[in-house]
Design a protein around this ligand. Structure first.
Ligand code: MLT
Ligand code: MN
Ligand code: ZN
Length: 318
């Protein structure tokens, strides 16, 4: 299996267009300790010819432009992108679909609830019916993600997309931030040799989730914030990580602690918010995450698990 991190940043990307928080300021200044990052998406393939994307970021065009494997290979119109699976309906995960509207066939896979969000918004009808197949996939039920790759999605604690919150507040008076259902899912991917998990959004660790994570060859996990009140401390917002449906890395309820007892081959943070100091090479937070066995994903990072033709166990070639 080949896995490419197309975009390693959370919603907004890094640096975010309108942000001069301490971490974004470094990127605007060209500081060598930081690298720019596009929004959250990965690509997966076994044969190198047929690829699945998991999530479709607003930067999908530049992501394809910088990845030869994802570029048209034959004839006048072609794409190696055979399918796209969504883990939620957040803008950073679905907005790129609007750039894939040129009558090109692919299969769009998501839970019925996520499909419903897209259906309710006619702008997504640019993905023409009869050309783009919208395929519902069920929780905890294996399906073919792309040739040679079996996937299974599972509920993880999370919330509905930010742009749906007003409707939820009107209906229920508040937004549930750790819902477990079809609105936020993680993905388990297997090729018969290795087992990888991709969980770009997760509000908290649960026992069933920990059981699923244990023993995985690699887990790409929600790295939105280092600490829960990070955006408040950075002076750029009033929301905590928890309010946004994301568990922090640090602290007793954080992901570093939650993973400490789990046997995972590689632990890689993805979906990293622009305020997160782990983006800075050599920062105390980066060093603490690395000391706990975590890697910080960057755009273009390639993860080659066991059993790929190279035969190398979980090598990086970025
Ligand atoms: C999130 O992951 O919390 C969302 O991407 C936030 C957003 O939609 O901006
Ligand atoms: Mn997001
Ligand atoms: Zn920022």
């Amino acid at each position: 299996m080949q896995l490419i991190v197309l975009g390693s940043a959370a919603g907004g990307g890094y640096p975010q267009w309108n942000c001069r928080c301490a971490v974004c300021a470094l990127a605007w200044q060209g500081d060598p300790r930081v690298k720019r990052r596009t929004q959250s998406s990965i690509a997966v393939s076994v044969d190198g010819e047929h690829w699945a994307l998991i999530n479709c970021a607003p930067e999908i065009l530049s992501q394809i432009q910088s990845r030869p494997a994802l570029q048209p290979q034959q004839g006048r119109r072609h794409t190696p992108v055979a399918s796209i699976l969504l883990t939620n309906a957040d803008i950073d995960h679905v907005a790129g679909l609007l750039s894939l509207r040129e009558g090109q066939a692919f299969t769009l896979k998501a839970t019925p609830a996520i499909h419903e969000v897209l259906r309710a918004n006619p702008v997504f009808d640019v993905l023409a019916e009869g050309v783009v197949e919208r395929q519902p996939v069920r929780l905890d039920t294996p399906f073919e993600l792309v040739a040679g790759v079996t996937a299974e999605i599972f509920a993880v604690p999370g919330k509905i997309a930010l742009y749906l919150e007003a409707g939820e507040i009107a209906a229920r008076g508040e937004v549930a931030t750790a819902l477990e259902g079809e609105q936020t899912v993680g993905v388990e991917i297997r090729d018969g040799i290795s087992r990888l998990l991709f969980i770009p959004g997760c509000a908290r660790m649960t026992e069933p989730l920990a059981a699923r994570i244990a023993g995985a060859d690699a887990v790409l996990f929600d790295g939105t914030v280092w600490q829960d009140d990070e955006m408040i401390c950075a002076g750029v917002g009033s929301k905590t990580g928890a309010r946004m449906g994301h568990m922090a890395m640090s602290g007793p309820a954080g992901s570093i602690a939650a993973f400490a007892g789990l046997d995972v081959g590689r632990k890689i943070y993805v979906h990293i918010n622009n305020t997160n100091p782990v983006l800075i090479d050599g920062s105390p937070e980066r060093l603490a995450a690395e000391a706990a066995g975590w890697e910080i994903a960057e755009d273009g990072m390639e993860i080659a698990p066991r059993g790929t033709p190279a035969g190398a166990p979980m090598e990086i070639a970025s």
